[in-house]
Design a protein around this ligand. Structure first.
Ligand code: GDP
Ligand code: MN
Length: 379
């Protein structure tokens, strides 16, 4: 689960990271009022769950409350990378001398969290990572020992941070690590962390991604979920207890079992196709659940074909087939369907589906090839 900038910065601040004064507003009038309270010079920042807001015109500096109101009205009517802006953060404007990057994520290969810093912070950090990765300094954190003082100093030295800022930098690094650890985050990032004209350090931007699997331990954080900007299909899936993740391809997948779903996606790719989603309907799925899964898959306009791959163990083939048929009546899909059902009651399931004009397949390879061909319009 991604958090908005204002939410991330609030959490950082609870762990001692200095952030600008500011508040979030849903209307231009509110933005104006906040700007008045802050003394006029503010930055108006779109709150959407994507990066690169600055480049998209979603971060603007205002010199007066009136200007803040105008800019807020403009920004609140924008869409950034397809997401409507519903809130703006109005922060006291910082006088920025230098922009630094500081972030933590999991390094799976190292099996540890890694803290990264770069002197080249700001809006081009992805470019820095691609073109001059040596400008990103990394330290791996032992989760039992936590971030050590010398590690924060190594980062400060590595990015040539002037000595006078080391103490503050160390506190910010420690705060960010604590925020990451205590929130069960998978990403905590300050970009930019700025040196101000007043010679202080300030977290001007903030981003956090929380581990969904640990959210049950954090009811207060779970409440921050912004349903508004999540893919509607993913909300619907959660309601039915389905594991669904939308991807970029055009072949919808309905599979029971996470491992089988991963395999199905791999085999689709092996034959030159691209999966449109990961979907695990789980064990023992009822016809109702299958119907919901089917509706969710087909709600994605990118879909050119659907591959249904069911291994009948606890899940019964005929139940799955009945769910699919029920959903087909409702949704009237145009995309071709390829079905592979094996295991418990597979025969009955196949018989039911044969009547519904579906392409059947014996093996997963066969099914994947047929789905890829169908998606390319070759069927
Ligand atoms: P992002 O584009 O989504 O990463 O949004 P950021 O919050 O990082 O803002 C983008 C850029 O806007 C920053 O790198 C800064 O250069 C600039 N910016 C953000 N806040 C301020 C501010 O308070 N004062 C000034 N002068 N620039 C700001
Ligand atoms: Mn940023």
């Amino acid at each position: 689960m991604k958090l908005h900038e204002y939410q991330s910065k609030q959490i950082f601040s609870q762990y001692g990271v200095p952030i600008p004064k500011g508040r979030v507003a849903a209307t231009a009038a509110e933005a104006k009022q906040i700007a008045e309270e802050l003394g006029g010079r503010v930055v108006v920042k779109s709150q959407v769950l994507v990066g690169g807001r600055g480049k998209a015109g979603g971060i603007r500096l205002a010199k007066s409350p009136e200007e803040a109101e105008d800019l807020a009205a403009q920004i609140l009517s924008m869409e950034i990378k397809g997401l409507p802006v519903r809130k703006v953060l109005v922060d006291e404007a910082a006088n920025i001398e230098k922009e630094i990057y500081l972030g933590i994520t999991n390094d799976r290969a190292a099996r540890r969290p890694v803290m990264m810093a770069s002197a080249e912070g700001g809006v081009e950090i992805e470019e820095v990572a691609r073109q001059t990765p040596e400008k990103i300094i990394k330290v791996h954190i032992d989760p039992l020992l936590g971030l050590q003082g010398y590690q924060a100093r190594d980062l400060a030295a590595g990015i040539d941070l002037p000595r006078e800022h080391w103490r503050a930098f160390g506190q910010i690094a420690q705060g960010l690590w604590q925020a990451y650890l205590k929130s069960d985050a998978t990403l905590a990032e300050i970009n930019p962390l700025v040196i101000t004209a007043e010679n202080t350090l300030l977290a001007v931007d903030g981003k956090m991604v929380l581990d969904d699997n640990a959210l049950f331990r954090h009811p207060d954080l779970a409440e921050m979920r912004d349903l508004d900007v999540e893919a509607e299909a993913e909300i619907e899936a959660r309601k039915y207890g389905l594991s669904y993740i939308q991807l970029d391809g055009n072949i919808g997948c309905m599979v029971n079992g996470a491992g089988l779903a991963m395999t199905t996606m791999d085999v689709i790719k092996l034959f030159g196709g691209e999966p449109a989603n990961f979907l695990d309907i789980g064990g023992g799925a009822s016809a109702e659940k299958v119907a919901a899964a089917f509706r969710i898959i087909l709600s994605d306009p990118k879909i050119k074909a659907v591959l249904i791959n069911i291994f009948g163990g606890i899940t019964r083939g005929d139940e799955v087939a009945r769910g699919i048929l029920a959903a087909m009546e409702e949704v009237q899909p145009e995309a071709p369907m390829v079905v592979r059902i094996v295991g418990t009651n597979a025969e009955e399931g196949r018989k039911l589906l044969a009547e519904a004009d579906m392409i059947t397949a014996e093996t997963l390879a066969d099914a994947a090839q047929k789905a890829v061909a169908a998606a390319k319009g070759g069927n």
